[in-house]
Write a protein that binds this ligand. Structure first.
Ligand code: FES
Length: 61
């Protein structure tokens, strides 16, 4: 699947240390760049196995 929703290719946001987020990798989320679970439908329709990247923010060294 590709970016058929016209989401911007870059996103910048400051997040607090310790916050865990799920970043969409299927490009179809209604809450892009965050995962909203739409990948399940994409996987069923396309035969893919894509899911979000789960990231926890840590302090810079
Ligand atoms: S909605 Fe895209 S990875 Fe979950």
């Amino acid at each position: 699947m590709i970016n058929t929703q016209g989401h911007p290719g870059r996103h910048k946001e400051e997040l607090p240390v310790g916050k865990t987020i799920a970043i969409c990798r299927c490009w179809q989320s209604g809450k892009f760049p965050y995962c909203d679970g739409t990948h399940r439908q994409v996987n069923a329709e396309q035969g893919d196995q894509v899911g979000p990247a789960i990231i926890t923010v840590v302090a810079a060294e």
